[in-house]
Design a protein around this ligand. Structure first.
Ligand code: FAD
Ligand code: MLT
Ligand code: ZN
Length: 460
């Protein structure tokens, strides 16, 4: 499409249009190397105006658009499929961060900003942007908003959705909707920005956001605990909610198998003697008395027989070392081979039954496979990842189908936080009741009648 290419070059300049295959390559494959695709070009606009102009040119030629941020997504949402003519739109050059407002408790950032950098800017002003995940050194604000990312602090603060006060988006026809308001209260009409949060680029492109900030806790208490079983872990969650619920900011579950992978693949050893499961618990506050309150809760937990062994970090350095174990889980798993990711949520009381049934079915379906479970227990969110070992690759769809069927039967979700991307779309179609699917498809038709926004992902 020479006409389109010359139009894009004129609008975006040489730095904004990438057609060299070697330069395009990293944009055409996902972080884990699970999904690959092709594209006509990678567009790298430097402003909302440039982006909007490029989108209008693509609309005129019927070219589809795949938005891409840090490319850390785990569902293949940012990888082009290559079926219809499409371009990848990378937001990497749109990285402006506005000065944080510590009294209004907001910060403004363009979509290409790395999450870690925005968090640092907020912290420099004594405020917290409490969206925390191991990929925060690469994931972008646009990707975080588009996937409604979760992470390790959802228990206390909520998901990305809970932080978006204002949004700017470019629609599939190239029009710009400027909703960059800094308001905590705004009931003037339907809150359209929530359509774009979590829709994985299927409705439009997020170009900037106004994000709500929280107070920055000046103290934290971090403990790693070994517990005998899942039932004890869930009882402990109740105990901590009773005693220190207001300051409980993370309650992460790690199976012994997952902890073992971190040791073998990354050389990080847990300083706690293992049971079946570990918990990484964090409480944070600026108020005096945090550590004694956490110690008292831990004493009660030991007294109730819920904990086998445990350690409470005595310094910030120790706290970081405990968190490093948690933050290396995904990398350790990736180093062990290509896993089948299952990012599920379900009611806590059904979790044990689900895991037992899944293990039983897996032992029949794929006896050589191992399960790598960890997750955000406080949110009812498990990552039930399957390491296939010698299992024939053609069994993979049946394994995922089995996991998702069990989750649907348990009243859970097949995507708690990673999104559907291209990976889970078929199962979303299969398991979502028609009136609910029809509603989503109707919104898609309204916003993107030609189906050019991230086709084959998230919805369809
Ligand atoms: P990308 O991967 O580039 O894109 C993700 C999706 O968003 C795609 O569908 C893409 O088309 C769309 N998109 C990207 N930018 C835009 C935009 N500007 N406008 C519209 N659509 C856009 N996720 C969690 O929720 N919780 C976790 O705890 C977590 N931990 C992780 C740990 C590791 C080590 C890794 C590698 C990933 C983890 N993730 C986690 C997944 C991932 O980091 C998040 O989904 C993140 O939000 C993706 O951001 P990104 O900028 O990399 O987006
Ligand atoms: C995490 O919680 O670390 C990621 O969301 C999970 C994963 O890698 O499956
Ligand atoms: Zn997670």
């Amino acid at each position: 499409m020479p006409g389109l290419m010359s139009g894009l070059r004129e609008r975006l300049g040489p730095a904004g249009l990438v057609t060299d295959p070697a330069e395009m390559a990293p944009h055409l494959v996902d972080w884990r190397g699970m999904f690959r695709g092709t594209a006509l070009a990678v567009l790298r606009p430097s402003s909302t105006e440039e982006l909007a102009a490029a989108v209008r040119l693509c609309a005129a030629e019927g070219v589809a658009i795949v938005p891409q941020g840090g490319n850390t997504g785990l569902a293949g949402g940012a990888t082009p499929l290559g079926a219809a003519p499409q371009v990848v739109v990378s937001l990497a050059r749109m990285t402006a961060i506005g000065p944080p407002d510590p009294i209004g408790m907001v910060i403004e950032a363009q979509a290409g900003c790395i999450l870690h950098n925005v968090k640092q800017a907020a912290e420099a002003a004594g405020r917290l942007l409490p969206i925390s995940l191991a990929a925060e050194g690469s994931a972008t604000i646009g990707g975080i908003v588009a996937t409604n990312a979760g992470g390790v602090n959802v228990l206390r603060y909520g998901m990305a959705r809970d932080f978006v006060l204002g949004l700017e988006v470019v629609l599939p026809d190239g029009s710009v909707v400027d909703g960059m308001r800094r308001l905590r209260k705004d009931n003037a009409g339907p809150d359209w920005k929530h359509l774009f949060i979590g829709s994985e680029g299927a409705f439009g492109i997020v170009t900037a956001a106004v994000l709500r900030l929280a107070p920055l806790p000046r103290r934290r208490a971090v403990a790693l605990l070994a517990v005998p079983d899942l039932a004890a872990a869930i009882s402990l969650l109740g105990l901590f909610q009773d005693r220190i619920g207001e300051v409980l900011s993370a309650f992460e579950l790690i199976s012994a198998a997952a902890m073992q992978l971190v040791a073998t693949q990354c050389g990080l050893i847990a300083p706690v003697a293992g049971g079946g499961w570990f918990l990484l618990v964090e409480a944070a506050s600026s108020l005096e008395g945090l550590t004694p309150a956490v110690e008292a809760a831990l004493e009660a937990a030991f007294a109730a027989g819920l904990v086998l062994d445990g350690t409470l970090a005595a310094s910030e350095q120790q706290a970081r070392a405990l968190w490093a174990l948690r933050e290396h889980l995904t990398e350790a798993e990736a180093r062990a081979g290509k896993s089948l990711k299952h990012d599920v949520s379900l009611p806590l009381q059904r979790m044990g039954g689900f895991l037992d049934e899944m293990a039983a079915r897996l032992s029949v379906l794929a006896p050589a496979a191992r399960v790598n479970v960890f997750g955000h227990l406080g949110d009812g969110n498990l990552h039930v990842n399957v390491l296939p070992g010698e299992t024939p690759p053609e069994r993979a769809p049946a394994i995922t189908r089995m996991v998702h069927d069990l989750i649907a039967a348990a009243g859970g979700s097949i995507s708690a936080e990673h999104g559907l991307g291209q990976y889970r779309l078929e199962d979303w179609r299969r398991l979502t009741p028609w009136p609910e699917r029809a509603l989503s498809l109707g919104i898609k038709r309204l916003l993107d009648p030609d189906g050019r926004m991230n086709p084959g992902k998230a919805i369809g």
